[in-house]
Design a protein around this ligand. Sequence first.
Ligand code: 13P
Ligand code: SF4
Length: 322
Amino acid sequence: DAQKQDYKARIKQLLIDHNAVLVAHYYTDPEIQVLAEETGGCVSDSLEMARFGRDHPAKTLIVAGVKFMGETAKILSPEKTILMPTLEATCSLDIGCPIEQFSEFCDAHPDHTVVVYANTSAAVKARADWVVTSSIALEIVEHLDAEGKKIIWGPDRHLGSYIAKQTGAEMLMWQGDCIVHDEFKSKALLELKKLYPDAAVLVHPESPASVVEMADAVGSTSQLIKAAQTMDNQTFIVATDRGIFYKMQQAAPGKTLIEAPTGGNGATCKSCAHCPWMAMNGLQAIEASLSDTDKADHEIFVDDELRLKALIPLTRMLDFAK
Ligand code: 13P
Ligand code: SF4
């Protein structure tokens, strides 16, 4: 509508005025993804967001995602101003892994290599030997396992057990989960599959093991989009945040995409396939991040000592991913 067009026009001008670029995750609302595409920004998974932000020449990055993505951008590019539409946009994995307890867990097993998911605070990254995202986690753990390393894994227990199963690596697991993916239900998925017998099931590995076991393809957001594009099936049942449908449909035009069930039998769920924190990245919030004189509500800062420590495992991941 007219008001949205207004916001979009103002944001486009503000991006130019501030020498800024929009870096958006696939889970943000489609209008945000469109805006990022139209303005030369990026729409991607968390690994690519980190890379794009680091390598882009803009002075300012607007990170439309959740806080750990903004912090990662700041750790990689301290010279850039990193703004977020709202600093309230967090992640249940980050919340569920406070540094004090996680550090104690690590201290109790000093002979273990600490591997943490990118969905963590800068402090947790600073305590880690490796940072991974879901698109590279399997390869990195395989590599560490081949070197005979014992692993502390945090915080996503579902992704962790998927990787342990795939690699056979010895992993001590932190018990966190993603409130969005944890809601997918295998029984209801089985019922849905009966209705669409030719559909392939695409699953993000933050989902429970019972759902991952039913998958035809398991992977990060970008890997799932690729699967929808390259697999021969015409119909896909997709177990991840519904924000992904915009790019997935673009990549697989003409194919039918169906949301995997979160409730089943009328049960309610906390998030119902859309991350409440990703949803905070609206047009109004993006405009505010660029035009507010009080940047305190938007700007990401990371303590210098933490930043330098967290940079080591993050760089390790990016170098490995090359
Ligand atoms: P990826 O985009 O790296 O698959 O991460 C998923 C996620 O949950 C980000 O919030
Ligand atoms: Fe965190 Fe899950 Fe939201 Fe991703 S979808 S930001 S893992 S709560």
